[in-house]
Design a protein around this ligand. Sequence first.
Ligand code: BGC
Length: 411
Amino acid sequence: MTSANTASTSTSPRSFPAGFTWGTATAAHQVEGNNWNNDWWEWEHRVGTRVKEPSGDTCDHYNLYPQDIAMLAKLGFDNYRFSVEWSRIEPEDGEFSQAEINHYRKVLEACHEHNITPVVTLHHFTTPRWVAARGGWVNDSTADLFARFSEKVAKSLGDGVGKWCTINEPNMVSTIGYLLGEFPPGTKSREARAKANEVFCQAHIKARDAVKSVSSAPLGITLAMQEYTINVDDESHRKAAEGKRDMAWDGLEDCFLEVAKGDDYFGVQTYTRERFNQDGRIQPDADMRTTIMGYEFRPQALEACIRRAWEKTGHVPIIVTENGIATSDDAERIEYVHGALEGVLNCIQDGIDIRGYTYWSLMDNFEWMYGYGPTFGIVAVDWKTQVRTPRPSASWLGRIARGNALLPRNA
Ligand code: BGC
């Protein structure tokens, strides 16, 4: 906790509780550049996938992290969520790179120099090529390999880490990668998705035990969650629609919410809502406001997801580890975050233990299949010069962070 959120002790309804943390997030593959030794790089270059373009240098954050961390601190944030790249630290089975560990140590030092708490994610979508070649997340032994890697990181860097996140959105890797075939490894099978969920849960449990054996920093897992609502023309279809929704929950969330019960916090990550009718998911209506991702503009989704996570985990403290919008209109970004934070305040008023909010993302970056099209950043990046330009939303959210209280959209 830093001065950014100890300042406010006000009881105004717009204030967040003392100790509430404010951060922004990135992920190694999306910002570092040239992470060629993982399954995503291979996928970006494979003929026939729907990936728009390769990640390349992306934000060159691998080199520019000192200025990026200084920038986020200056904006007013008190923590930075980023991931360490497994394929850099362990480029081949059991071969750990001291040079890459030293690199991440310097990243942690840069955070501390600026009073920023590092929130370190151990797996954010990318898997080393050598692990993928052995069957990746449908091979039980991947859970042990991930635990070994996690223990190595915790032993080498743990004293500098503020919070751990074992796995970012395992449900997206299992669903998009193993059921829909749009992320690596491009598998399309219900059984494979179920197996990947199982291996990810094991990986979380084993990594948690390994990290906890050497580090006392709080640890959790994050999940991609959407608000789910029922949308039927005819009430007699409601039950069927609820059945479809429950099936989606079953494959996407339930096992992870269960496994999170022993954690220090649970990371909610929400961008939008999904509506269900008797046939399953339905697309946003033509007259609905949507984002660059094609998602319904739905800031209220965060509140619904926090409430669901709180109930289903049996009241594990919540951190919003990602929330944000891809838009070319920064005023719309402010409108979105403002709406989302109102939802957070509603939950807090109802007694839900929410400990922080993290905007995705610090800066525009490589948005997986969609390449450089979607602009999620509160900071714009010039892809030719690597010059960073904070948008008005960056200073607006930074001021909220400093004051630990919600500001009007036009403040
Ligand atoms: C992921 C990020 C991604 C963001 C926006 C989350 O699912 O963790 O890597 O960029 O959503 O789509």
